[in-house]
Design a protein around this ligand. Structure first.
Ligand SMILES: NC(=O)c1ccc[n+]([C@@H]2O[C@H](COP(=O)([O-])OP(=O)(O)OC[C@H]3O[C@@H](n4cnc5c(N)ncnc54)[C@H](OP(=O)(O)O)[C@@H]3O)[C@@H](O)[C@H]2O)c1
Length: 333
């Protein structure tokens, strides 16, 4: 196993002490993981914080059986060691990577195919915020939802990590972007990212907004609950609703006749439990289609705030307060 430098036996990590609020994230010294076949070990510089980390911390999003129990679905840093069978990366390479878990630590393991080069001219801080949202948005909006240039795209939660990425990718594809958010300040941020209209959902009805423009061809939704029948009404004929979370619950009464008569599609996915092969394919799609968007200045992470690794509880308070706009990162190395 080629080494960049002598690796320590143990590292600082933030563990989930027990299921609960942000305060259950506690610093601990744990063994530095050893890369197996096809894996790389990353010396973590920054770790992205995502809403699913808070779900995992609360005991509602168990890691896959083979994943690290530590939270953290994305990071940036330098390759510290490579396992057998890895040819693309060498120790010292700057990468960002989608992780099955384990990002809240000084070292993290990633399948080598789930790492991407840090985009030219981008810092490690921003690069740490790319993988989780880019993999999720591309696989759901483009591969499942089939969004094309000229189509009308509605994304709820426009200032979330996911939302800020979805607005920019959809604009870069040539789609018309509509969004909802919980305050006027957040709506202004969405317009600044290229949305054509941004609606404060406390004050107005997104179904009416979409009716005025002929309905949405694709909707990306994380709210669920009462939004489900309203999303169906907001779709144009042949429209596609892509569900990536249910912040307000997964169960509703829905009249499916409308799906049949107007040829609608309801789909959705969650990234983490998908196979390594599926994630490798998404990574190649990102490198082909999304990294060039970054290179030409059409996409950059919207940065909200940064916390040191051992202040991960404060980062979780922030993401759960919903006061943030864009991405929250932990500074690790
Ligand atoms: N399926 C997947 O593979 C996958 C992957 C990553 C993330 N996700 C999900 O995608 C969502 C966004 O993730 P993230 O990391 O970007 O989180 P985030 O930045 O915390 O975003 C959550 C957003 O949801 C909005 N929101 C919360 N409650 C709402 C409500 N009742 N009605 C409307 N909007 C509401 C909040 O903004 P407002 O103030 O505007 O309400 C906030 O911007 C999360 O639900 C997460 O679990 C799914």
């Amino acid at each position: 196993m080629p080494l960049l430098h002598t690796l320590p036996d143990t590292m600082l990590a933030m563990e989930i002490h027990e299921p609960g609020g942000p305060e259950v994230l506690k610093p601990a010294r744990v063994p530095v993981p050893v890369p197996g076949h096809g894996q790389i070990l990353i010396r973590v510089a920054y770790a992205g914080v995502n809403r699913p980390d808070a779900l995992q911390r609360a005991g509602n999003y168990a890691p896959p059986p083979t994943a690290s129990p530590l939270p953290g679905l994305e990071c940036s840093g330098h390759v510290a060691a490579i396992g057998p069978g890895v040819s693309r990366w060498a120790p010292g390479d700057a990468v960002c990577a989608l992780l099955p878990g384990g990002g809240y630590a000084e070292y993290a393991l990633a399948p080598s195919d789930h790492a991407l080069p840090v985009p030219h001219g981008m810092g490690l801080r921003e690069a740490a915020c790319l993988p989780e949202t880019c993999f999720t948005v591309w696989s759901n909006v483009v591969l499942r939802g089939g969004l094309r240039a000229g189509e009308r795209f509605l994304v709820h939660g426009g200032t979330s990590g996911i939302g800020t990425t979805a607005i920019q990718i959809a604009r870069a594809l040539g789609a018309r972007v509509f969004t909802t958010a919980g305050s006027d300040e957040k709506c202004a941020a969405c317009l600044g990212l290229g949305a054509e209209r941004a609606l404060n959902y406390h004050e107005a009805d997104f179904v009416a907004m979409m009716a005025e423009v002929g309905g949405a061809d694709v909707i990306l939704d994380m709210v669920g609950g009462s939004y489900l029948p309203r999303n169906v009404r907001a779709l144009a004929d042949d429209g596609r609703l892509v569900q990536i979370a249910f912040l307000t619950g997964p169960k509703v009464e829905l009249n499916f006749a409308e799906l049949m008569v107007r040829r609608l599609t309801i789909t959705g996915s969650t990234l983490r439990p998908q196979s390594d092969l599926a994630k490798s394919r998404y990574a190649r799609e990102l490198e082909t289609h999304v990294w060039p968007m970054i290179a030409r200045g059409a996409l950059a992470p919207v940065m909200d705030s940064e916390y040191p690794l051992d202040q991960a509880p404060a980062a979780h308070w922030r993401i759960e307060s919903a006061g943030h706009i864009g991405k929250i990162v932990l500074k690790v190395g």
